[in-house]
Structure formats: structure tokens, C-alpha cells
Ligand binder design. Sequence first.
Ligand code: BMA
Length: 813
Amino acid sequence: MKISLDGKWKFREVGQNEYYEASVPGCVQLDLINLGKLPDPFYATNEVLFYDLEEKDFEYVKEFDVDNVDFQVKKLVFEGIDTVSEIYLNDHYLGKTDNMFLKYEFDVSLALKKGKNILKVVLHSPIKEAERLKSIYQSSYSYPQRSWIRKSQYSYGWDWGPRILQIGIWKSVYLELHNGLEIQDKFVKVESISDELAIVRVFAKINCFEKPSEVEIEVFDGSFSMKIFPEVYKSKEGYFIDERIEIENPKLWWPNGYGEPSLYEFKITAKSSNEFQERKVTTGLRTVRIIKEKDEYGESFIFEINGQKIFAKGANWIPADSILPRLKEDDYKELIKMAKDASMNMLRVWGGGIYEYDWFYDECDKNGIMVWQDFMFACSIYPDEFDFFVENFKEEAEYQIKRLRNHPCIVLWCGNNENNWGFVDWWHISDPEFLGNRIYKKVLPEILAKLDPTRPYHISSPYGGDHPNSEKAGDKHTWDIWAGWKDYIYYKHDNARFVSEFGFQAAAHLDTMKKYIPLKDQTIFSKTLRMHEKQEEGLERLIRYMAGSVGLPKDFDSFVYLSQFVQKEAIKTAVEHYRKNKFRTAGALYWQLNDCWPVISWSSIDYLKRRKALYYESKRLFAKFLPVVEYEDGKLKVYVVSDDLKTKQGKLSITIWNFDGQKLYEKDLAVEIPKNSVIEVFSEKVENLNILKGEWLYIPKHVETAVIGDKIDRGLLESIVFVSLFVDEVEYENYFVFEKPINLELKPCQFEYRIEDDHIIIKPKTPAICLIIEADKDVEDNFIFARPEKEYKIRLNDAKVNRVCDLVELVIR
Ligand code: BMA
């Protein structure tokens, strides 16, 4: 029997008399907001009002009744406590907690009473606890405060996140009362797969005071089911099953874009003389490995699923709120669906956040989104020279691996975020024995070998080769662009084997910005805006890249739009290059998919799940087929990248226009697109394209980025290339200009539009690099490039259109 203790609790600050109403799951911050004692931390500069809570302790109390305590096993279970606490039931001390990522179970046989019970959780300040640990465990290394506590690292403030040190009972609490029968540690392990047969092993521990009388496994795939009666074995630890099951003609789990992510349900039931228990595992049948083979560039890093090489397309995932208990299943459903709709097939759960809620992995399973799962360590050194820290982490790892290992979506375990890179380049300690390495290099491989040998393990992200951030092997974080101030054109020089991070900032959706930044502060350098941009020199970079790409904005709204345009152009440059480089580069995960509050950041979806220009672009960039236009050695070239596992026939049309709307060149061609690769389908000297005017203009350039030198033919600056590829009746489009927009001879687009049955229909007479539909809700597509002759029909999703404008008109000229 399970008795939920969620819902209404009461709480007070330790030392105060009065109790207030609280909610569990929840946290102090959320309770204080709900009571009206603190305002919305995300509005204006309210974040600072929350800093005072950091050093305080709080006490949470729940009174509850239990009718029947006549059970052999009585457990109190906390799915998650953030973080440092002591727990008392009816004044019996049950124990303490010090790890947000652990589930805690306490035996309450002695403390639980029939009738009224009082449960008390005393939560301590994580800051004070870190100081206490620091003074006990003297070290010659100066570990940052956050490294001592197993708590989500981003809550201490990050370069996209506020400092909100959440404390509270952040997950469910319940009593488990029964007579000893418990199915635990379920593991459905795929041993081998062929077209005809999948062999899986179903493992579970069955706690029981006697040999369970009947154990059954039922396998169900939605249409067929089969029953197996496994043998029950006994070991020192108790009873268990370990059954080999053959599944004929298996339906495999495929990543988004490669097939269905088919799922199977394994229902395990067990009976004892007086109890019955049923536990389900929903999983998918697939194999995964990383192809690491020496080649002319170093060593490959290619995900292979069910024997097929997969180019990983997607983004990095951060927690979707700085106040975690606000997140609900629907938030995950929406965000993961958005990732799928943007043609992504992989998300990386970054190590500074949390091991996500079950909802996240369930949705990734269902939507074919592969998950790169970091363990929760980020950008720091950690005190693993001390056994207490390692023992604590071991429990965390064992719990999380067992919790997550049945999810087919997870394709990789990764030790941490950037710590091994940090050892070398930031802290200059090379490859230490401790400081985290004991965990990444010894503890984790050992635990994984025991609990989940089915997936690859990667020591850190980035890692591989002779330098942790090498482009010869392993994965790489490409940050010389943006963080290192380099121009985004330099993405084209990056030959990383797998780019697990690269990114570019932009403002949130205009409506989100306006909701959280008071009207008087809606200026580019207001203090409030600067608080909603957490990176040091973040706004400075935003302005630098804007100035270098498109020019400066006329007003605040234009600033928001231009920032989003530049972000999208930068990531477009990167993804086109990385995909064109497949499989020398075998993955491109941009930093970052989502936000945890309203902020100027690298995200493509903002905190309110509104789409930034990059989100719309992602759909095109990550589509199964991507036509890419390049200007190389005086030639205009078109490449087609295919992620299809079959060779396909397509039709490509190329048109070139000037900004007055004159068509300069047109070509249609049939193309054969070989499977899962890249092909050049068009190459023509620019002289033959009716573009050149024989009139020179001058553009200052850095030699290395120079595409065609400092002098440039005016015609190149006055024209735009559109490509449209049809495969299986789906259109894949792209556009190309010969220079950054700021250097082009752009003219405002002439277009007409009308609204018809929840659609906007835009008819451009002259070309545009970016038309913006400003509406009160997100529409189907936006920030579109527009080719004359084409009618753009875009679903409005009931949105009301405010205006449609050409980006060019938002720039000071
Ligand atoms: C990376 C990440 C994050 C960070 C991001 C943006 O290196 O791992 O720690 O937020 O860059 O700077």
C-alpha cells in the first residue's frame, strides 16, 4: 500500500514562531511566492530579493493519519529532497539527507503510529553546510562552495541562469506499507538484434520473505503479447529472475527521422502467499555503440544505432525552470515535441542541471530523441579526494543508473561537463588523480560495468584525443566563436569529430522580454536588461556580432529581432558546415535548446516556450535533406546532405535574383542523392551566372575569412541565391548571399500579404533575407527568407498578426 504525503504541509523559518501553508512537492522559494511574501523572482531585478534565503534554515511539517499499521515492512520514501536536511517522525530521528539526486527511504517500523503522525523535515542552508564541510575536510585545493554539495550546480547562478538556491522537498513523499514482496532493480537488457530476432534479458530482484509462488513476465508491443514464466533463483541478497527472451520480427526503436521509435512493455508480476505486485518497464529494442575508428583525421566519433551511422542533430538541454517543482508533465511533452518538430534527434542533458524527471525520458523515448546523459558535475573541481564525497556519489550513480537504464533514448553516459577540459586549460593541473577524476575515471566505469554495460561511457564532454577539446578525436565544445569573440564565419574552420556544444546568444521572444522587463527599462543598456543577460560581456558580444553581421537596431524591438536574426545566421553557418562535413563531423548539438527563466541566452526556445528565430531555422537546418550553397574558388556550388538511409531521386531548382526582384539565373536539375552522405550537385563559375557587373566595391576583411578578397564585384552584393529541393514531394529550401547582410546592397522587400482561414499568405515581389511576422502567438513558420514567384502560406495557429516587416527596415542605415 502506498500512502501519499504530498499536498498541503506547513513550514516556517527555523527560529520563527508562525507556520505558513506549504506545498509538497515544492520549495521554500515557491511557497513564499505563493504566499505573496516574495514577488516573482523573474520580473525586473527581483532575483536579488531571494539571495537572503540562502543562509536560512526552514522546517516543514506534515500531520497525517494512518488507519492500519499492521504490516511487516513500513517505509517512508522521499523521491527527492533539496538538499541538506534532518527528518523526524513523531520525534524519532530517522536520518539526514545531503544529496538532491538521491531517493531516500527510511524504515519507520518503530516510529509510525496508528492514528495521528507528525513528520518534520528540517532543511539546512546549503551555503552553511558547504562551509561546515570545508572546515572539517581541510584541503590544499580551494573547492568552490557549490562543489561540496550534491545539488544542481546551475542554481548557484550560471551564465544564463539566476542565482536561486532552491531548498525544499522537491519531489513526492509517501509511505510504503506491505508485507515484504517487492520487485526491484528491473532491467530489460538488449543482448542482440537482427531483422528476425531480438534477444533480451529481463532481470529483477524480488524481495520476499518466502520464495515467491508465481512470477510472470508479459511482453507487449501494442498488438501482440506473450507470457513467460521465468525461473526464480536465490542468492545471498534474496530472490531474483534473469530470463532470456526471444522476440521474433522485432520492431526496433529508431531515432527521429530514421523510423518509428517502437516501444515494448514488459510487465513483471510476482505473488507470495499474501501479496501480489506488478511492475512495468517500457523500453525499446535498439543497439548503440560509438564508432571510434582511426582515420586520416584522427579518430571517428559516430553514433551507430541498430547498425546504422547516425548524424546527431540537436541541442543541449538545461533545466526548464529555476524553480524546479513548477515543472509538470505537460512542460516536458511540449518541449520534447518541439525538439522533435525541429527535426532534432538528440538532446544532451548537461551536467550542471539535474538528472531529469521521468517525464523527460518518457517523452524522449516516445519521440525518438536520443539522450546524451551527463552525470551532474560541471565546470569545477570536486572533492573526491575525500571518501565521504565519493561514497555519497556512488549511491547517487547507482540510484540514477538503475532509474534510467531502461530508457532506450539514453545512448551515452558521460562523466561531467567540461571538467577535464578545465584541468588542462583553465586550472592547469593536467590530468590529476583526484579533483573529480577519481569519479570520472575509476568510480563511474566500475559502477557502469556492473549496472549498465549496454551503453558507451564517455569520461567528460568534451573529451578525446591528445587534448580534451581536440578536433581530432572525441567530442568538442566550439566556443572560440561567441565566447572567444571570433566571427561566426570561423565555424567553417572547425573540423571537430562531434560538436557537443557551440552556440550564439539572442534575446528571448519579444513578448517574453516585454513581460519581464518593465517598460522604462526596455533599453539596450538598462540595469534590468543587464540582469537578464548573465554572461560577463554578454551584451557587449551581442552588439559586436550585430554590428558585424547586419548593423545596429533602430529601437528596443528591433534589437530583439536583430539579435535573433544574427543568432540564426550564425548557427546556420555552423550547422551547414558540420552537416556538410559528415561523417568527419558526426554530430552538432547547439548550446542550448531551452531556458530556465526569461533571459538573453543561447536558447532557441525561451522560458515561456516561445520560439526564437533559431527555432524556426532549426527545422530547416536539421531536416532529413539539406541543400547547402557555397561560394568556393570562384564557383557557386550546391551540395545536398542526406540523412536518408536510402538513395533518393530529387529535383533541385536554383534561382538567382537581384534585390530589385529581377531574376538573373535559373536552373532545374534532377539529382540522385546517395544514402546517408553528402554530394555536390551543382558547380558553376560565377562568371556564368549573370551576376557580375564588372564594377568593384571594397569590403574590409580578415584574410583568413576572405571568400573572394577585399575587392568585390557589386553584382555579388546585389544578388541572392535560392535553392529548392524536392524529394518525395517534400520541399527543402535554402538561401545564400555572398556577404554578411551589412555589406549587401539590400533593399526593403516589396510584398503583399493577406489572411485566409487561419493562414497568412505572403507574396513577395522582390527577395528578402528575412521577413518577420509579428503576431500575438507563435505561428507555424517565421523569420523566413522570401523568393519572388513563391507564395508563402503559413498557418497562424489562431494568432493575430500585428505586422509583417522586412528585417532590413529595423536597421539603422
Ligand atoms: C558551456 C556549457 C555551460 C555554459 C555554456 C555557455 O561551456 O557547458 O557551462 O553555460 O557553455 O557559456
